[in-house]
Design a protein. Structure first.
Lengths: 280, 279
């Protein structure tokens, strides 16, 4: 009888995770298999669309291209994986720092606009004016002000996210149930207390979702900035691949970008699950 | 300062409404008169039920007394002092409990005390006492979404009681609950009311609920809302709905309300027709 009841055991968290992982593997494997099949049947030009087994081989030579010091024939000082890791790290760092700054900045400015009507009247029109300006248009400005390196890239991530998230903050504040503020007013809360202890926690989950949705935009901006020449990172490698017609390198980099973006999104989702537990 | 309006009270009424009126959009052409010429004194520890058809302005009146809306006419006083702003002495319980989802139950109940700057251990102990009193002992660390609707409303009552109000304003608090829970919560409310010594102003459109709870039932007219009649209910609680006196009362209230409900519907149809003509 006990073996019968085991058959109906509710799957635990580990089983759920394993199930999700298996489906993930199945989906990606299917995609790769179709790609490999195309290569095998010579439907796709291997020069233009090398399947994974091609662009993942020769990792040593591909990896060398990731680091300036090893690019032109110098033997690598350390493991080849390190050059790839350093490059990924550079891009990721820029995205993360820009993300954090934009999240905090838009939260503060958004709340300030609603808290102080005077501030709102002065600042909001400017924000509405600048919001539609694509970060790409900000690129020359960024490089003029910040030069090359991490700073302009971080600045561009900030620009890409800040305006959208400020407007999202305003929208979230305005759509809060009015009872939330009414309860606090009845309890004798000051305006500041209401904004800090009620409005802020109430909008955090929604704002975090907006952040996650815009993560990919931030990623794209960093890569574009690096491709254009702010220095270092995965974007630069993409440009090298383009300039040298190296499709193996191109696809390898794409694979890396996809993987890192995926991991970052998962990370954000996990943070959301733990810290902002009250959100759906 | 003693009340002169009802001639018998020697103490200042907990709530005194003097010719209260509220018109939405007062200076526009879409002005809607929600409440008009409303006069009522609520004594200490009195349980008043505001009964009326939907849209008659009873909830509006409650919000005016709470201080969340501004009057266009008349005056409201609480213990002799004019009401100009919300105050924790007049706590409002909403139809949806409006507990904050990011706080645990105990943090919700202690929220008002936290705003006042009370120390954590002190407000926690007060909150635990209140939660035990409302029958939620053991649920302190739960999140609001882990509670049922009835439990959330009880937590909302505990949150209000933490501020030791002299007036409890309740806006159809049991409307979203099923019949059995509603009945249990009515008993619970009477007990809380007796223990706290507060006056209660309870809005409902449910006649049986009014009879079960009230010292006096204030029957509203349709919009613009004013007092049609005040029906005292001088029976000991708990009240048996099979009691013939209660049955009579029920019939009386049904009759009083019937006209007003018809008027409310007629007015709605008139508005619909006007909109059609305009469109």
């Amino acid at each position: 009888m006990s073996s019968m009841s085991n058959a109906y055991k509710v799957p635990g968290r580990l089983a759920k995770f394993a199930s999700a992982a298996i489906w993930w593997i199945a989906s990606v494997s299917l995609f790769i298999s179709i790609w490999e099949l195309c290569w095998y049947m010579k439907w796709a030009n291997p020069m233009l669309f090398p399947p994974p087994h091609l662009f993942l081989q020769d990792l040593y030579f591909v990896g060398k291209l990731f680091d300036k010091s090893t690019r032109l024939g110098n033997p690598t000082a350390g493991l080849i994986v390190w050059t790839i890791a350093k490059t990924i790290g550079a891009s990721t760092l820029r995205v993360l720092i820009g993300l954090c700054l934009a999240f905090v900045g838009s939260l503060l400015i958004g709340i300030a606009i609603r808290f102080s009507p005077l501030f709102g009247r002065l600042v909001l029109p400017v924000i509405n004016l600048l919001a539609p300006v694509s970060p790409i248009a900000w690129l020359p400005v960024a490089m003029l002000i910040f030069g090359l390196g991490n700073a302009p890239a971080i600045f561009l991530v900030y620009i890409a996210l800040f305006f959208i998230m400020t407007l999202a903050t305003l929208s979230l504040i305005d759509s809060l149930p009015i009872a939330y503020a009414q309860v606090a007013r009845i309890m004798g809360g000051t305006r500041l207390q209401i904004f800090v202890q009620v409005v802020l926690p109430a909008i955090l989950p929604g704002l975090f979702v907006v952040l996650r949705l815009n993560l990919f935009a931030a990623w794209m901006i960093v890569l574009i900035a690096e491709a254009v020449g702010v220095g270092g990172g995965l974007g630069l490698v993409v440009m090298i691949a383009r300039n040298t017609f190296d499709s193996q390198l191109a696809f390898f980099t794409m694979f890396l970008i996809g993987a890192v973006g995926f991991v970052m999104d998962m990370g954000l989702r996990e943070i959301q699950r733990r810290v902002l537990y009250w959100a759906t | 300062m003693s009340s002169e309006t009802n001639g018998q009270a020697l103490e200042t009424p907990a709530i005194s409404c003097i010719n209260v009126g509220k018109t939405w959009g007062a200076d526009t052409d879409r002005a809607v008169e929600a409440v008009k010429g409303f006069n009522l004194d609520v004594g200490k520890n009195e349980f008043i039920v505001l009964l009326g058809p939907s849209g008659c302005g009873k909830s509006t009146l409650l919000y005016l007394i709470a201080g969340l809306q501004e009057l266009t006419e008349g005056q409201i006083k609480s213990h002799g002092r004019p009401v100009v702003a919300p105050d924790s002495d007049r706590s409002l319980i909403f139809q949806e409990s409006s507990l904050y989802p990011w706080l645990s139950v105990i943090e919700n109940v202690a929220f008002g005390l936290k705003l006042r700057g009370m120390a954590k251990h002190k407000r926690r102990s007060i909150a635990i006492q209140l939660l035990n009193k409302v029958g939620l002992g053991g649920f302190e660390e739960k999140r609001p979404d882990e509670l049922s609707g009835g439990m959330r409303q009880r937590a909302a009552v505990a949150r209000a009681l933490a501020m030791e109000p002299s007036v409890l304003l309740m806006d159809e608090p049991f409307a979203a609950l099923d019949v059995q829970t509603r009945s249990k919560l009515q008993d619970f409310l009477i007990q809380i009311w007796r223990d706290s010594g507060a006056s209660v102003l309870f809005v409902t459109h449910h006649i049986d609920e009014a009879i079960a709870l009230a010292d006096r039932v204030v029957v509203f007219t349709a919009r613009p809302g004013t007092i049609k009649s005040i029906v005292p209910v001088e029976l000991p609680r708990p009240r048996d709905h099979r009691d013939p006196v209660l049955r009579e009362l029920r019939d009386q209230l049904i009759e009083l309300l019937a006209d007003e409900v018809d008027r409310a519907f007629a007015e709605q149809e008139q508005i619909n027709d006007e909109d059609k003509i305009r469109a």
